[in-house]
Design a protein. Sequence first.
Length: 746
Amino acid sequence: MKMLKFLLIVLLLKCVNLSDVSYYEILGVSKQATTQEIRQAYKKLAVKLHPDKNSDSKEQKKFLEITEAYEILKDPNKRRHYDIYGSQQSYTRKYDYHSQTEYNNLYYNGLYHDNPHVKTLSGREFYQYLNEGLYFINFYSPFCPPCQNLANHWKKLAQTYKGIVKVAAVNCKYHNSFCYNNMRISSYPSLYFYPYGKHGSFIYYNGAHTFEALEKFVLKYINNKINVVKVNQARSTNQPTLYVLDEDAITDEVITRIAFQLNGIATVVKAGDAIRRKLTDNDEAIFVFKYKQTHRDITSLGEANIINSVLNSLPTIQRIGLNNLKTIRNNLRNGNDKPWILFFFKKGDDKLLLHQLRVELADMNFGEIDCDENTELCASFQIDETPDWSILKVGGAYQRLVTPTSADINKAARAQSLHTLSAADMKRIFDGDVSTWVLLVAPFRVPWEHLVEPFTQVSLELGHNANFGIMSCTVDTDGQCRRLTEGQASVVIVNGTLTDIYHDVLISEEQVMDLVHRRSVGWLVAFMPKCGSTCHRLLHQMRIVAKRLKPLESVRVGVLLCENQSGFCGNVRSPTLRYYPPKHSHLYTVSLQHLSEAPYILEWALEYIDKSVTPITWRTFTKDVIAEDVKKPWLVYFHSPRCYRCYEMYPDFAILSIFLKNNIQFGKVNCVSERGLCQHEHITSYPSIKLYLSRNKKNPSRIIPLQAKNYLSLLQDIQPHVTKYDNDLLQSIQNIGIKSHIRDEL
């Protein structure tokens, strides 16, 4: 009997282990597999089963299974525990998720999806999100305990510094490919601070994961932009001034935040003891605001209340109604007025940005429309939610503003032939009642904002030949839009009754066959199977690639859609890029699953298009770059593989190297693998460019730092230095005849 019980227990234990050992079976590896083999197996399956590529619920369930298996088996301690006790000690049990639904919610939505202050970013949105200003971005896994511990501190930072620092987060468990391949994230959480927005590299934050430490870090950069001084004499009332009377009642951090947000609107100063009584007799006042005849005592300690008190004390912005709107549009059509920025609002909407823009854009008119009182007027402007923005331009064109920044508003004002269209406008255009129109048509809830900037640029360059319009479709008009555009944002050209959809880089299989057998130039061709939104995004990236490579007359770019084709597409199972060099039978191939952004595609392609840029190490640097007997100047690009800006700017450097390879030698230094070299050359930001001029008969050796720019501007920066160095070399450069191109912005 005892023997029977023993055998029964053994069998039960084996059954438990057999049901749980399937973690190895799920990943398709043996129980003796190394961590590297487990990682490779997971990556292979993840590429195939990722929810971005599969809407099938069964495939998504399999993806969750391989993710859970990988989380256990990649960690030696968890794996050893699992081998002994089975899945009862697995990852999901350890973190006590009460259901698969809860696990799924964390995996798909992350830790911040319902927070109004932290922007949750995908890989696709990341680079569009970066703009002007300060950005702090958290790359994390929702299942990482330090990430979970950070979450409340991160939310508090985002709420406290709203409008000052843009705080965001990327769920790297869901967007694994973007984090690992694009951003080179190797640990969680990784906190990247961008002090110059999209115009510079990031700073890696390695301090404590507490609100206090994060705030202290952020304030270092805010204090560089704003300075609150103490005064002992009242200032002129001709300038709006906010005096801080009671410094004991409010912290320096709060004063700095208020001063930063009111920068340009009102000057914030601390009142010295000598002038406090001269400013007010109100003992309860914490602040006093003075401007011309306006005097306001502020007793509130709330930042929003203080700022609103200042804004409400400023001269009012003109209210726009139907009657004065007609006058404004008539004046603009006759060229008798400046552009008008319209702010649509309802009760309770924040107006701080309105006042900030009015300061930045002093040469434009500003008006506000109350959509609580003017419901029909707001509807006629296609305003669904507030706050919202639009511009009325000289000539009478109306355009809604996607991003109300001063740079975008200035550009929109210059694009006088660009309009936002209504359904009635669209009908009139397609009925052939008007002249030639170039339309950006976006079906309902299909991303299109990334096309506004290039579409605006095209309208600036070609607006004298045609009218340009943007139609963002609604539920009511979506049927017609989708029939017209095949479900994606598209450019449509309408000339009378003739309509043509712009296919730009798309090519046919016959064209591919022709270029394979008879080509005098190199061809970069993307083969796209049917992969939904992923291929739509890659198609846009290939358009950017085509635009960036346009200066090279020896290279063409094309995209072959493989949905209903065989032949060349017979073996294409995922998006694939091939480069066909001119007059050669061989080709180079890479998967686009890991080169999902244009800068990475360009870096790969330029390596094969031309070998003019030489990778430099310490040894080659001393031997070839700074040696005394070097005959040609060297232009060297210092970069980091973790710096997206470096990838963005590299194509222009590489293109210039192709034009100047017979005159100047080009090199690049990876400052992660060659840290000592970069420290020796005092490289403090990425990318950095330096021109090395060796000693010759006329000049001593010199090193000239240069800014990373487009290839034509970089050439202009080089020329004056080369003039002094070698006139013959300058003449050779001038004879190259680099051609300027009208940019294919789409």
